[in-house]
Write a protein that binds this ligand. Structure first.
Ligand code: NAP
Length: 450
């Protein structure tokens, strides 16, 4: 969206932009990643939505590149392609027991509570039902989001746009304890202070921190002097470590220098074996051999997102990004004419939403610099691509279709006394967007491009 903005807000090169998305809805992580209770961050959607009002900007939703249209075909219709498909997969822990039932990826849990059509509903819902003690691995902002959402009461979540069944299942949850584990110290945690502080302000959950976890080694002392966010985080954690428990329904135990080494259980996860760590002189966590067991019937692995390759595009599997130079896609170190990247698939899964604005602007600068040399589209006609997709039976959702989804979600919310309710199922979204034109598509398997 920020790439489209940068392209259409400059005056030197006339541009029209199609925004293709494999989902029927635009806005990516703003809709399906930002925590539903972070209303002010989610409201950036209103800014993004305005880009669709610009002449020449179109939304073509429910179109999957690599399935409905190939990259080579995209070059037939467009002079340039900017890939901004993010980092949708989870990183793994690489420990024994990781595959046990009840061990889930934060990426899947987030997708589920945001109502992503491809979220593994059965897996998440069966894992949450009956869980009472949760271990969350990682101390980034996603781990904090997940902790907060699991620890909140229904009243604290009702004003969100979560799907109704998500709200009901969270409301019925038996969770009493959430253990948030950082493998390094508090100074190395990647959460930000505003997000951290929210954990201490929950209606019926309290934070428990052991002051022994906040004693700093020389490496952390030195790092703290250079890092204002870490210093503010430490202030918050120190204040929490002095609090007297008030007997809330839920407890959030924030722990550091603790890493999981094995998940134990027969069919379901039952325990997490953790090891005390210390930092070496480079700041990396190394095991001390001191082990402890935490009882847990749900483990959420929140150790970062990971980009995936897209057919026909080069991929750096070590970094999980498409190799690029200032946004220009590189194949064997040479620029691929007319191909660009922006966002997490360009630089990796870091930063806040605003980071992507700057990132997209850099890519668009590169694209505009190349404008004279781009390999021109063979079929640049406005409707050539949509005609081809329709001929293939692809049910393209345009911006009008999205507006129908938007209106339907607001109406659904109002009918339940809420502001808005996200529709979870792809079929329901398509039904609303396309009306009678929608016929359920055989989704199983991977129909090749015809
Ligand atoms: P992240 O900030 O990179 O955090 C990943 C966490 O996982 C770190 O604590 C990391 O510890 C830990 N980790 C990695 N491998 C591990 C392992 N094998 N064992 C134990 N722990 C391990 O990533 P994220 O939380 O997924 O967030 C992604 C990006 O989105 C971040 O830039 C984040 O700030 C942003 N975001 C922002 C917001 C917001 O602004 N409200 C909300 C959500 C996400 P080490 O440091 O030791 O590697």
């Amino acid at each position: 969206m920020y790439a489209a903005d940068a392209l259409t807000s400059q005056g030197s090169v006339p541009v029209s932009v199609d925004i293709l998305d494999r989902l029927p809805c635009p806005f990516g992580l703003v809709r399906y990643g930002v925590a539903p209770d972070h209303l002010s961050i989610r409201s950036v959607r209103q800014t993004l939505e305005k880009f669709f009002d610009r002449p020449g900007v179109r939304f073509l939703g429910n179109v999957e590149v690599g399935r409905d249209i190939t990259v080579a075909e995209l070059h037939r219709y467009y002079d340039a392609i900017v890939f901004t498909y993010g980092a949708a997969r989870d990183r793994r822990l690489g420990i024994e027991g990781e595959e046990l039932a009840g061990s889930i990826a934060a990426t899947d849990l987030v997708a589920w509570y945001c109502g992503h059509p491809d979220a593994p509903r059965e897996l998440i819902e069966s894992s949450l039902q009956g869980a009472s003690s949760v271990v969350i691995v990682g101390v980034g902002n996603v781990a904090v989001d997940v902790t907060r959402v699991l620890a909140k009461t229904r009243a604290e979540l009702e004003h969100t746009d979560m799907p109704e069944h998500v709200l009901a299942l969270l409301d019925a949850s038996n969770i009493t304890d959430i253990h948030l584990l950082g493998r390094r110290g508090p100074v190395q945690a990647t959460f930000t202070t505003k997000e951290l502080r929210e954990l201490g302000e929950l209606d019926d959950a309290e934070v428990i921190v052991d002051s022994a976890d906040l004693v700093l080694d020389p490496f952390s002392e030195a790092a703290l002097a250079q890092d204002r966010v870490a210093a503010r985080n430490l202030d918050v954690l120190r204040e929490w470590s002095t609090r007297t428990p008030r007997g809330s329904r839920r407890r959030v135990h924030v722990r550091f220098l603790t890493r999981p080494v094995e998940l134990l259980g027969t069919a379901l996860v039952e325990k997490v074996v953790v090891e005390r760590t210390r930092l070496d002189e480079t700041g990396a966590a190394i095991g001390t051999g001191e082990l402890e067991t935490i009882g847990a019937d749900l483990v959420v692995r929140s150790v970062g997102y990971r980009g995936e390759p897209l057919a026909e595009l080069p991929f750096d599997s070590r970094r999980g990004v498409v190799p690029n130079d200032a946004g220009r896609v590189l194949r064997d170190d040479a620029v691929v004419p007319g191909e660009y990247v922006a966002g997490w698939i360009k630089r990796g899964p870091t930063g806040i939403i605003g980071t992507n604005k700057k990132d997209a602007a850099q890519t668009v600068n590169s694209l505009l610099e190349d404008a004279e040399r781009l390999p021109l589209a063979v079929e640049p006609a406005h409707d050539a691509v949509t005609t081809m997709l329709c001929a293939r039976g692809i049910e393209v959702v345009t911006f009008d279709g999205w507006e129908r989804i938007d209106a339907a979600e607001i109406a659904l919310g109002v009918s339940a006394g809420r502001v808005r309710t996200t529709m979870h199922e792809r079929d329901a979204l398509l039904g609303v967007a396309l009306g009678e034109r929608h016929s359920p598509r055989p989704d199983a398997g991977d129909p090749p491009i015809r």
